[in-house]
Design a binder for this molecule. Structure first.
Ligand SMILES: *Cc1c(COP(=O)(O)O)cnc(C)c1O
Length: 392
């Protein structure tokens, strides 16, 4: 079958990673539940153990929905190959374990997803890796943070909770000049809105739990490697046995089919809300890189193909009970961790508490919006009533 690389992303998400003729014409790859795979002859059993059998050898490696999802995402993002793992957090931590050795130094953005930071602090350090955090806005000036043993730079752009846009190409140029890998948490942009490998990233990781799954009912991670990092990633994935479940990959493939349509809509609704929020007297700042005039917008415009619908808002100083009154009474926005589903979420955040390399002083309490697929006018009405409660 020819590889439909010439098609645009919205077309690709519908066509990559499925082969109806293999499955009696069924459009979607079916869930094959299998641990044991049986062989009719000793010769075939042994060929399978040597990796020479054309079919499966064991359910841990290569069930059809898993391999189809991996192939689809690798091609969509332009990487060499991809691995499906049980969570986004596994996707973030696996490349660190695969690519770092005792005695190495890793540079991690100060705006990193909190649980990734905890993994670095507790487990990488325990294994003899030196962990340093850096200002996400350093760009090429990250060079001053490099040591002789720096082997990896972890970027996440925009940053978790604070949404700083990183100059990934500049960071990658410095990293590669020093013989270090660049691993990126690309969950916010998805493979559609940030072409990680074209910007110098060596490993792009995704919490497919978020936009790719898209329906708040699957936990899944994806690790996409380039050719150079692939052998180490694949080796560790195999040896740790951290494959994702066939059912979860089925759900992620189903989510992938509508990813472009959902993101288009969520991008538009997110920007509508961001513009409306910026005009509110209760709002000090909107942290949305896709919003003209907002922090990071120029860099976002240079490097990204779109903005997803997760963004922050800094309120003018107000008592915590007023914020609780606003949020508790919302009808359409729910409060909950995670994001990327079809339903809108809104939570208070405290990004300042996680920083060690930089000081985050927003000047007021922070909120995080995840805008879903509802009519944005209904969302605005829900927020309007919320701001009335905020004022008391
Ligand atoms: C949610 C999230 C993860 C972790 O995903 P899980 O599937 O919940 O483990 C990693 N990175 C970012 C940026 C996230 O928002």
């Amino acid at each position: 079958m020819s590889r439909p690389r010439r098609y645009r992303p919205a077309t690709l998400v519908g066509h990559l990673g499925r082969s109806p003729r293999k499955w009696l014409g069924a459009v979607n790859t079916p869930v094959l539940r299998a641990s044991t795979i049986v062989f009719p002859t000793v010769a075939e059993l042994h060929a399978s153990a040597r990796g020479e059998h054309p079919g499966l050898s064991y359910g841990l490696h290569g069930l059809p929905t898993v391999t189809d999802l991996q192939a689809a995402v690798a091609e969509l993002e332009g990487g060499h190959a991809a691995l499906a793992v049980p969570s986004g957090l596994t996707a973030s931590t696996l490349p660190l374990l695969a690519l770092l050795q005792p005695g190495d130094h890793v540079l991690v953005t100060d705006s990193v997803y909190g649980p990734t930071r905890r993994f670095c602090d507790l487990h990488l350090q325990r294994l003899g890796v030196q962990v340093g955090y850096y200002d996400p806005l350093l760009g090429g000036r990250i060079e001053r943070e490099f040591r002789a043993n720096t082997r990896l730079v972890f970027v996440e752009s925009p940053g978790s909770l604070t949404f700083e846009v990183q100059d990934v190409p500049a960071i990658a140029a410095v990293a590669h000049a020093h013989g270090a890998w660049v691993v990126m948490d690309n969950t916010w942009a998805t493979p559609l809105f940030f072409r990680a490998f074209e910007h110098g990233v060596d490993v792009s990781v995704h919490a497919a739990t978020k936009y790719i799954g898209g329906h708040s009912d699957v936990l899944l991670g994806l690790v996409v490697g380039n050719e150079a990092t692939w052998p180490a990633l694949h080796r560790l994935w195999t040896d740790m046995g951290v494959t994702a479940s066939t059912d979860d990959c089925f759900l992620a493939l189903r989510g992938l089919r509508t990813l472009a349509a959902r993101l288009d809509r969520q991008q538009a609704s997110g920007l509508t809300l961001a513009r409306w929020l910026r005009e509110r007297p209760e709002v000090r700042e909107v942290l949305h890189p896709g919003l003209p005039g907002a922090r990071g917008h120029d860099l976002w415009k240079r490097d990204f193909r779109g903005a997803s619908s997760l963004f922050g808002v800094v309120l003018r100083p107000v008592a915590p009970e007023r914020i609780a009154a606003m949020l508790d009474g919302l009808e359409l926005f729910s409060m909950g961790y995670s994001w990327g589903g079809y339903e809108s979420l809104l939570i208070p955040t405290t990004p300042e508490s996680a920083r060690t390399a930089t000081v985050w002083k927003p000047g007021g309490p922070c909120l995080r919006f995840a805008v879903g697929l509802e009519d944005p006018e209904d969302l605005i009405e829900d927020l309007e009533a919320g701001f009335a409660r905020l004022q008391g």
